[in-house]
Design a protein around this ligand. Structure first.
Ligand SMILES: Nc1nc2c(c(=O)[nH]1)N[C@H]1C(S)=C(S)[C@@H](COP(=O)(O)OP(=O)(O)OC[C@H]3O[C@@H](n4cnc5c(N)ncnc54)[C@H](O)[C@@H]3O)O[C@H]1N2
Ligand code: MOO
Length: 406
């Protein structure tokens, strides 16, 4: 039985980034850029003013106060019409192109005067408050290397260089199939023995959260025919995730039917709890994840196995959430033999992560997952991890690092 790290290596070893597409710039947020971006022109494109004030010749202001005649006005977006001549200044706004003849900008606060004449009050150094052509990026420079995650700053840079369409790795299309006769869909009348197909929705949300496109296939009933029909549909997507029907029950048909359809199983069962019965296979180049049905196990195994896989397929290089070291706040007990992921509530105090159990750790208890914002790794052979021990924790949400305003 593989450890969870071995299982993840098997999965990632089989996957490669999907192809690329060109998308409108506003839609590129969160995607991975697929080609290097080289600056097609200098940025800024011309020398311009960094301040609202006056374009001057520094030599004219060698001794202050210096009185100069105002001979023009250049707003941002304005066109240069005349030069700054000796003894003169041009009123200029931030971003306006520099008129010839000037070699410094004096901020308005350092002057006084009327529309016709200005008095410069403070000493002026040549080149002050000028943004020079190409000082940000020069033509031909590599500004965004392929493989970069597109965030608002990359959007800004791409927009500045006129890139209306951006080459990015494709979003992964992920088919989600729930299995089981006990399932009803959200909105249907609930009755004893039936449960809402919540896994389809939590999985779709998790897929969307990491940038993929979920395709919910609905419910396969506990017959081979129903499984087959839905799985054939699901295998048309880039990835198929099934939930439930993967342990030892007499109706656990998932692995059998997948095998009949030509999915090569690479592992079944991983040395973890929750999530032990997870299976993984490949259908050609397409990964197929068979996650256990308990909603908690479904979400934990998504985190450990599916998220890194989807990220890799979408061109990401950083695939795995890091562990932080936390301090366990109470004793934790487990059976030896498997790594356990303890659902924990983590708080940050004086730079340390303090982790308390979020409650009953049975896999059937969903509330404990809702309360958790981390998963603490309890080592395979331990049976008692005493309060005060250091544990490795995967943080599940970034909200933890935020603080409330005073
Ligand atoms: N004899 C054994 N029994 C079980 C084993 C085992 O090794 N031997 N493993 C247990 C473990 S661990 C888990 S986890 C579960 C996983 O079982 P399955 O993946 O086959 O899932 P089911 O038994 O069909 O369902 C488990 C549980 O989850 C509920 N469920 C299923 N689908 C959904 C859904 N779409 N949305 C919400 N909830 C769902 C289902 O009703 C069950 O309560 O097996 C143990 N048994
Ligand atoms: O894998 Mo099951 O999730 O241990 O309960």
């Amino acid at each position: 039985m593989p450890t969870f790290e071995e299982a993840r290596r098997i999965i990632l070893g089989r996957l490669a980034p999907l192809g690329t597409e060109r998308v409108p710039l506003p839609d590129a947020l969160g995607r991975i850029i697929a080609e290097d971006v080289i600056a097609p022109w200098d940025m800024p494109l011309c020398d311009n003013s960094a301040m609202d004030g006056f374009a001057v010749r520094a030599a004219d202001c060698a001794t202050v106060p210096a009185s100069l005649a105002v001979t023009g006005y250049l707003p941002a977006g304005g066109e240069v019409s005349g030069a700054v001549t000796p003894g003169c200044a041009i009123r200029i706004m931030t971003g306006a192109p520099l008129p010839p003849g000037c070699d410094a900008i004096v901020p308005i606060e350092e002057t006084e005067g009327s529309d016709e004449r200005v008095t410069v009050l403070s000493p002026v150094a040549p080149r002050q408050h000028i943004r020079f052509r190409g000082e940000d990026v020069a033509t031909g420079e590599l500004v965004i290397p392929a493989g970069t995650l597109i965030r608002p700053p990359e959007i800004s840079m791409l927009a500045s260089f006129g890139k209306a369409l951006v080459p990015v790795h494709r979003r992964v299309r992920v088919a989600i199939l729930s299995t089981g006769d006990e399932l009803i869909e959200l909105g249907e009348q609930l009755r004893p023995g039936k449960i809402v197909n919540s896994n389809a929705l939590s999985l779709a949300a998790a897929v969307r959260e990491c940038g993929g496109e979920p395709l919910i296939l609905g419910i396969a009933r506990d017959t081979r025919e129903s499984h087959q029909e839905k799985m054939i549909e699901g295998l048309k997507a880039d990835v198929l995730i099934t939930s439930a029907g993967v342990s030892a029950g007499d109706r656990d048909l998932v692995r059998d039917v997948l095998a009949d359809l030509g999915v090569e199983q690479l592992f079944w069962k991983v040395e973890i709890k929750p999530g032990g019965p997870t299976a993984f296979g490949m259908y050609g180049a397409k990964p197929v994840f068979s996650l256990p049905g308990n909603p908690v196990s479904t979400m934990v195994t998504f985190e450990l196995f599916v998220r890194p896989a989807l990220l890799k397929m979408m061109g990401h290089r950083r695939l795995i959430k890091p562990f932080v070291t936390g301090i366990l706040q109470e004793d934790a007990r487990k059976k030896p033999g498997k790594v356990n992921f303890l659902r924990v509530r983590v708080v940050r105090e004086n730079g340390r992560y303090l982790a308390s159990t979020s409650g009953d750790q049975h896999t059937g208890i969903l509330r404990t997952m809702v309360r958790a914002n981390g998963m603490a790794l309890l080592p395979k052979e331990d049976s008692l991890i005493p309060a005060g021990s250091e544990v490795a924790i995967h943080l599940l949400d970034s909200d933890l690092e935020m603080v409330e305003p005073d």
